[in-house]
Design a protein around this ligand. Structure first.
Ligand code: WQD
Length: 341
């Protein structure tokens, strides 16, 4: 089986991608420092797969530790790099933490990959690089703009590093996936987004409110230029997103990929916050307690993907509806409640 190194593989999108890699016949090896996830993720992966996945507990900015892993794990065919911090608000308060971890881990990884002649990389990027997009839906040619946050800037800088590497004549082949809004959980409800503190993101806040953990959801603004005044996003189910990584690494290993390629990974459909809330209520039968509050600074009013390129070149298409995604998020929340007892 082809061995794929998955940094941040115990995290939200990483754990779902590890499961899809095994289902597709690959041998994933996880690297994680567990600074932003919990050991229980590994148990959830094992429960789904019926066996453990190798995990090295190291920090991706630690070049020496990375070297040790590459020495131990011979014949790594490719790498999927998730390891990064992703809380937009936190990045504004602690920019250095974000630049050190998100940019530092990529540079360290690239250095060690070069030493061990591993040259196929899938990079976890983000639609935040489009800022307030110049056009809708956004294509991969939509101009990348000044980031709204240090987090978004780290993704932009990482994309520039990878582009410079590709144009330097290096033999590194990178596919960068620009995620829209990942939501939901594995249908088994054994892995999902682990809530560390008060959720910044909409869907975990919705499920925690419905579960009685949070008092009430505040919808940040309903005076935007959208059908119901609330912001528009492209909510993509995490399993669909995970499958996009498998397709991307397969294409890299097949030799069909260019030196540096970017793909939007979303559904291609925009939904407002209120539509997302209503989809949750329809999917679960739960009535959500929410109110309209002031706008959140830095929010992009509207963004959703044009997924033509991923469809045509990766053969990738999302299959999960917004309601199904919301149901999976709710089932995961109930699993957390059951297992917390
Ligand atoms: C979505 C919408 C809020 C919480 C995230 C990540 C970013 C990137 C894209 C990966 C917005 C509204 C939210 C709440 C609300 N992902 N909202 N009340 O900001 O689009 O960005 O996905 O790279 O890293 O942060 O996601 O879930 O925070 O917000 O009304 O309590 O929900 O205003 O319109 P966002 P989000």
């Amino acid at each position: 089986m082809k061995k794929i190194l998955v940094t941040g593989g115990a995290g939200y999108i990483g754990s779902h991608t590890v499961v899809e890699l095994v289902e597709a016949g690959y041998e994933p090896v996880i690297i994680d420092n567990f600074s932003n996830t919990e050991e229980r993720s590994l148990q959830g992966i094992a429960d789904i797969l019926g066996g453990d996945v190798t995990c090295h507990r190291i920090d991706c900015t630690d070049t020496a530790a990375l070297r040790e892993v590459f020495e131990k794990e011979t014949d790594i065919e490719g790498v999927i790099h998730f390891a990064a911090f992703k809380a937009v608000g936190e990045s504004v308060d602690e920019p250095l933490k974000y630049y050190h971890n998100n940019v530092g881990s990529l540079v360290a990884l690239l250095q060690v990959m070069k030493e061990f002649n591993v040259n196929k990389l899938v990079f976890s990027s983000s639609c935040t690089v489009y800022g307030i997009p110049a056009e809708l839906p956004v294509t991969e040619q939509t101009p990348v703009q000044k980031a709204n946050s240090p987090y978004g800037n780290t993704k932009k800088i990482c994309e520039e590093i990878l582009t410079d590497l590709a144009t330097s004549g290096s033999d590194m082949y990178t596919t960068a996936l620009r995620y829209f809004n990942p939501i939901g959980a594995h249908p088994s409800a054994k892995i999902g987004e682990l809530p560390l503190g008060v959720p910044n993101n909409l869907v975990p806040f919705i499920t925690q409110t419905a579960a009685g953990i949070r008092e009430q959801l505040t919808i940040f603004g309903n005076d935007y230029d959208t059908p119901d005044g609330t912001c528009i996003r492209d909510y993509v189910h995490v399993v669909d997103l995970a499958k996009a990584h498998v397709v991307a690494i397969e294409r890299l290993l097949s030799g069909k990929a260019g030196n540096i390629e970017f793909f939007n990974v979303g559904t291609g459909t925009g939904n407002t916050v209120l539509e997302a809330v209503q989809a949750f209520e329809r999917a679960t039968g739960e009535k959500l307690n929410y109110k309209i509050g002031p706008r959140r600074p830095g929010d992009v009013p509207k963004i959703f993907a044009d997924v033509t390129k991923a469809t045509e070149e990766l053969g990738f298409k999302t299959t999960t509806t917004l309601e199904e995604a919301m149901k999976s998020a709710w089932d995961w929340q109930m699993h957390l409640k059951e297992t917390a007892k």
